[in-house]
Write a protein that binds this ligand. Structure first.
Ligand SMILES: *Cc1c(COP(=O)(O)O)cnc(C)c1O
Length: 223
């Protein structure tokens, strides 16, 4: 068994039944993705549109592609025809563009809202409060070609486990609160995307349903 296959096996053994592994393959060549594919991996996460489109063309058709990076509205049209899940919806404007592009190709695109809970400054993502307020205006009622499936977030990049634990806890309680609020379609709102190579074990304790793991599968990225 090759390295990539071994890493995938190891991680899979740690995941509870309801949790899926997103293999974050950004900056790695299509050959590395094929090794993962041959080890049975079917979900791949990418953060740049051009790279995603090229890999979509290079890999087998049964791969499920997830977009996990900041998505510019002018690039939405390139991925909407085939994307399975967009983890990183961070504004109503972006949601509106995904909706209109999805309508053009007769699709309903699954989306997660990106929530900012980490200490690091970030231009992207809703704060828990801005997300609550925005959902109260019933934005999703306006868009019939997107489906709100849950939340995505990142914890602070720190060795302070208590801090990371708190932030994943915050994401989980916001997720539960919104699911029960009547402001989202609770039946569709099922995914909580959190946990990366260095912190996925903590994320699993808080009920992550999608872990996004790159380095622990493919090794360090060369930018
Ligand atoms: C790159 C990336 C990951 C994977 O990070 P690793 O530390 O390599 O596991 C997960 N989520 C997002 C949003 C990323 O950009």
């Amino acid at each position: 068994m090759n390295e990539i296959a071994r890493h995938i096996e190891t991680i899979r053994h740690e995941l509870p039944g309801g949790t899926r592994l997103v293999a974050v393959s950004k900056f790695h060549p299509a050959e590395a993705l094929m090794e993962a594919y041959e080890a049975g991996q079917r979900i791949f996460g990418e953060s740049r549109v051009q790279e995603l489109v090229a890999k979509h063309e290079a890999l087998p058709a049964d791969v499920e592609w997830h977009f996990i990076g900041h998505l510019q509205t002018n690039k939405v049209k390139y991925i909407v025809p085939f994307i399975s899940l967009i983890h990183s919806v961070d504004s109503e404007k972006l949601l509106a563009v995904i909706d209109s592009e999805a309508a053009k190709c007769g699709r309903v695109v699954d989306c997660l809202l990106e929530i900012h809970v980490a200490q690091e400054e970030s231009k992207y993502g809703f704060t828990p409060d801005s997300c609550r307020e925005w959902l109260r205006t019933n934005p999703t009622g306006k868009y019939s070609h997107v489906r709100l499936c849950g939340l995505m977030g990142m914890a602070s990049f720190t060795d302070d486990e208590a801090q990371v634990d708190r932030e994943f806890g915050q994401l989980k309680s916001l997720f539960d609160e919104l699911k029960n609020s009547g402001e989202v379609d609770a039946a569709a709102f099922t995914e909580l995307s959190m946990g990366m190579s260095h912190d996925y074990r903590l994320a699993l304790r808080h009920g992550s349903t999608l872990v996004r793991i790159g380095t622990s599968i493919f090794g360090e990225r060369v930018y």
